[in-house]
Design a protein around this ligand. Structure first.
Ligand SMILES: Nc1ncnc2c1ncn2[C@@H]1O[C@H](COP(=O)(O)OP(=O)(O)OP(=O)(O)O)[C@@H](O)[C@H]1O
Length: 968
């Protein structure tokens, strides 16, 4: 934070400034290798992760070794009495402060030495352990002091050294004086207990949970409905002034401080605080004045009022004028912002009315001149703060015990890199302002570009119309504006939400990347300890945005290929790994594309291995529905409306299992179901998938189950009306057409996005989407985080999520002809007419193929063996059609053949317990139909012929014999 405020105070100035931390890093990034000399002048501690001065490293090492040496000599003296002239001094050093506990002093010194070597930055955890440890030591030495007869200090230090030392005297003597020896010991014991809790970082409720879990592991030998439990329940009831309960009513729960439904103005989105918002103009700030940024207002860039005015001031080199001056836009997207366009920006602490140069009044017609001092470029990147995990823990994140007795640690935030700085103003922006103003002048429209706010991917230019100018006149210029700024991806906002101004969003030629690490380290993310908070990105005003999936509560993510969906899904899963323990959040990942999510295989947050088969995914969704129902059953029987309240009550020990139940209640984790390609699922089992999604989305929020559905095919067949109406949050990346945009957002807009993470986010209940540049996390970062979480715990998969697939044994002979074979079987069974030539005609296949199909049907006992030119016997009844088709496909059992006559012989051949789809054993001459006899014999109909054979029996159409009406 110090870094940021330092930067904000920095005003562009020609006077040399002392180099500042953080700016050096950005300067390096921006100026590239060519400015190596500049970077070398920066202090080495400027960038986190950069090399520290050698002296600093050795000082720490020297301290560490000094402590280890002291531990060694003190240990020799205290444990073995081995020492030289310094023996007495060493003893006083160890025993003076803690008396008899001097024997543990060498161990403490050694631990301190090792910690000094290993820990490079003191965190809250270290502070907590140190304070707690000191408390334990004080309690112990105090008790020793009391137990040793409370030696007075006046009698000499030797007495104290043989008792509790100075520390024991300090704590023991006053307490004995005030409360007597027994009272003092009780207080000191309590001090020890409390300090031990502080060291462990856990609360009593958590310890109870762990103990309960251990009891379950140890078996059901621990009865839960014991008299102490009942007595405790009564005491609680009495203390809480609740209605008296009998033993059987111990399941009744107490009221919590707050319930999930208590939160007014619920919103999934969280932005950074904006203390100055509205302060400048009573809440009607023009664009830019409302920019929210950490601890200060974002500068509002106020360009000149006309293109002519821009000529009055010299422009920086490389800046062109007029529409052609949009030359900045010609720069390659993603070009190094430092070398391309970042030339200067106002200090973020300047009042909004100030120009980037810090002048308080801007003359009409003047435009801000890009300062050349790189210090003036706003570096919005928060310094790497490795305390994200600690902060989440301190903010209430539950510590998770690991099987080896240690605690699960969230990944260190330094695993996610920091991004380059954020520029609030570049020359490219000036060029666009000129171009816009020229368009208004050219078309004789009284409108002014009064300011702009630069986001990572687009800049929003604010246009104010003159008196009596119809807004539609300005919006009607959309195509001309696009032409002038040489971009077909402009987006008009009429008005900018909350402002009387028209917004024109135009892509930056010098786009910035939004690193997930920066988003998760931002104030917006730190404000919330909720484990389902994910880093969304940055909005057009440059504010970091996070969203809480628990409030979302289900999200549709869609956009054309390459638009940034998978990158968002990666950011989302990584956010969760960074902020949630597997005890808090479990995930079901569905990846029909097979490659997108493989990287997460084996993380302990998974509840089932990554699902790649669409069919299994459909089953998994059904499992989610079952899980949701089970959770609802619990909520109903314990009287809660939301899983959060239920979990809170369990943690507080306020929910007891039903009498006679051996169950140990434990909090339910949130369940996040991510489907990376919904289209694949909808193609496999549209009805089942849609029904499951509908049920989950309608009910699952209260059960702590949340769905994220991603697709690159935003069409009505995939994102059906039913799904849309139940998935309230939408994240639209660039789409190919307005139609696709409407499928996702119910409005146009996504078709104008620039791709590569540029997105519109429509929160639940919102009508206007906000534009976001999605956060970006590299595969290297993901691997580091995955490695960290996998290194601590292996996943504990639920076996019932996906039913193991019974391997189908489909005859290889069928190959690609399954569809034809099924059609042939249907024709023959429904017509009860086993004619090869009928198959030829109806399926439009050659004789050889029809014959082969007939042989395959014979092998599956659908028809009997060939009887020369006669039609074959059909062995399966029409009512067995479904069964038979399923069996041919490899599902289900072989249909029962009970034709006593014709099939006797063949029925005897059917082995019982035949595997689905397995052909029955019949000898098949492989080349029986190799040659079409029709062709071979000049077309003479020697084989079965539909007309001839059907007539051969009694010259009647055989089809009509089936009683199914007209022949085909
Ligand atoms: N937030 C982002 N920041 C910077 N670049 C991004 C971002 N998101 C995506 N990109 C760029 O766009 C490319 C495509 O993104 P991604 O793979 O996420 O798209 P997709 O929509 O999932 O495509 P597909 O459907 O084909 O998998 C990425 O390789 C990356 O170069």
């Amino acid at each position: 934070m110090a870094t940021r405020s330092t930067k904000r105070n920095a005003k562009p100035s020609s006077s040399p400034k002392p180099p500042q931390r953080g700016s050096g890093r950005r300067r390096r990034t921006q100026q590239g290798q060519g400015r190596a000399d500049a970077t070398t002048t920066m202090p080495a501690q400027a960038a986190p992760g950069s090399q520290r001065p050698a002296a600093h490293g050795y000082a720490r090492t020297a301290w560490a070794f000094g402590l280890l040496a002291l531990a060694a000599v003190t240990g020799l003296r205290e444990w073995f009495g081995v020492s030289g002239a310094a023996g007495g001094f060493l003893h006083h050093l160890a025993a003076g402060p803690v008396g008899m506990l001097s024997i543990i002093v060498p161990i403490l010194l050694a631990a301190l030495g090792i910690a000094t070597l290993r820990v490079h930055r003191l965190t809250n955890v270290h502070a907590r352990v140190s304070v707690g440890g000191l408390g334990v030591l004080a309690g112990l030495t105090g008790i020793i002091h009391v137990a040793s007869g409370q030696p007075a200090l006046g009698a000499g230090i030797a007495g104290a050294e043989g008792a509790g030392g100075l520390l024991g005297w300090l704590f023991g003597a006053p307490l004995v004086g005030l409360f007597g020896a027994v009272g003092a010991v009780i207080l000191l014991l309590l001090l020890i207990a409390f300090s031990a809790l502080v060291v462990s970082g856990r609360t009593i409720a958590e310890l109870r949970e762990t103990a309960a879990a251990r009891r379950t592991e140890a078996g059901a030998d621990f009865p839960t409905d014991t008299w102490p439990t009942r007595a405790l329940g009564r005491v609680r009831q009495a203390l809480g002034s609740r209605a008296p309960v009998d033993d059987a009513d111990l399941t009744a729960t107490t009221s919590l401080d707050s319930y999930d439904g208590d939160e007014p103005f619920r919103s999934a989105i969280e932005m950074e605080d904006s203390p100055a918002e509205g302060a400048t103009d009573g809440g009607k700030a023009p664009l830019g004045a409302s920019r929210k940024r950490g601890s200060g207002p974002r500068p509002r860039i106020t360009p000149g009022e006309g293109a002519a005015s821009s000529r009055r001031r010299p422009r920086g080199e490389g800046a062109a004028s007029g529409p052609s001056g949009v030359g900045g836009l010609d720069a390659p997207v993603g070009a190094d912002p430092a070398t391309e366009v970042i030339a200067g920006a106002p200090s973020p602490l300047d009042p909004p009315a100030l120009t980037p140069r810090g002048r308080s009044v801007m003359a009409p017609g003047e435009r801000p001149v890009p300062p050349t001092d790189p210090e003036a470029v706003t570096d919005e990147t928060p310094a790497i703060d490795p305390d994200l995990a600690d902060e989440i823990e301190m903010a209430g994140g539950a510590a998770m015990a690991l099987p080896d007795g240690t605690t699960y640690s969230l990944p260190d935030s330094s695993l996610l890199e920091a991004g380059a700085g954020h520029a609030t103003h570049t020359e490219a922006n000036d060029a666009v302002v000129d171009a816009l103003q020229n368009v208004f002048t050219e078309f004789n429209i009284d409108a002014t570009v009064s300011g702009y706010t630069r986001g990572p991917q687009v800049t929003r230019y604010e246009v104010h119309r003159g008196r009596g100018v119809n807004v539609s006149k300005i919006t009607g210029l959309e195509k001309n504006i696009a032409y002038a700024v040489a971009s077909d991806e402009i987006r008009l906002l009429t008005p900018i939400p909350g402002k009387s101004a028209i917004g024109i969003e135009i892509p930056n030629s010098d786009r910035e990347m939004v690193k997930l690490g920066d988003v998760l380290r931002s104030g917006a993310a730190k404000k919330q300890a909720h484990p389902l908070v994910v880093g969304l990105g940055k909005n057009v005003e440059g504010d970091y945005i996070v969203t809480n999936l628990a409030k979302t509560p289900h999200m549709l993510v869609a956009g054309q290929t390459g638009s940034g969906k998978s990158s968002f899904v990666n950011s989302m899963i990584t956010s969760i790994m960074m902020r949630a323990t597997p005890e808090e959040v479990r995930m079901v990942l569905v990846d029909p594309k097979r490659v997108e999510l493989t990287i997460y295989e084996g993380i302990p947050h998974l509840i089932t291995p990554i699902i790649t088969s669409p069919k299994k995914a459909a089953e998994a969704l059904e499992w989610v529905v079952r899980e949701m129902d089970a959770r609802y059953d619990d909520l109903a029987s314990f009287g809660f409306k939301h899983i959060d309240d239920f979990n809170k009550a369990i943690r507080a020990g306020e929910v007891q299992p039903l009498p006679g139940s051996q169950r140990v209640l434990s909090p339910y984790p949130y369940l996040l179901v991510v489907v990376d390609e919904l289209a694949d699922l909808m193609m496999t089992a549209p009805k089942d998938v849609e029904a499951s999604i509908q049920r989950i989305t309608q009910l699952a929020r209260a059960a702590g189950i949340h769905l994220v559905l991603a697709t690159q095919r935003p069409v009505a067949q995939v994102v059906t009306g039913l799904i849309k109406s139940n998935v309230p949050s939408r994240l639209a990346f660039a789409t190919a057409s307005q139609l696709d945009s409407r499928v996702i957002l119910d409005q146009n807009g996504a078709e104008t996005l620039t791709g590569q993470g540029d997105a519109l986010y429509l929160g639940p209940g919102a009508s206007t989407p906000i534009r976001v540049q999605g956060s970006w996390v590299t595969e290297r970062e993901i691997r580091a985080v995955v490695e960290h979480v996998k290194g601590q715990l292996t996943p504990d998969y639920r076996e019932d999520v996906v039913v193991p697939e019974v391997k189908k044994q489909i005859d290889e002979e069928i190959g690609d002809d399954m569809d034809l074979l099924l059609q042939a079987a249907e024709l023959i069974i429904t017509s009860q007419f086993g004619s090869t030539s009928m198959l030829q005609r109806k399926l439009r296949v050659g004789f050889a193929k029809a014959g082969r199909l007939m042989d395959l049907l014979e092998s599956r006992e659908v028809v009997g063996p060939s009887e020369g030119s006669k039609a074959r016997d059909v062995l399966v009844q029409p009512e067995q059609l479904e069964e038979t088709l399923a069996w041919i496909k490899g599902d289900g059992q072989a249909p029962q053949i009970d034709d006593p006559g014709a099939s006797d012989a063949t029925a005897a051949r059917v082995p019982s317990g035949l595997q689905p789809g397995t052909p029955r054993e019949v000898g098949l001459p492989t080349d029986r139909y190799a040659v079409d006899p029709l062709e071979e014999e000049g077309g003479a109909p020697v084989s079965e012929s539909w007309d001839d054979e059907s007539a051969s029996e009694d010259s009647e159409d055989a089809w009509s014999l089936t009683g199914r009406g007209q022949s085909w």
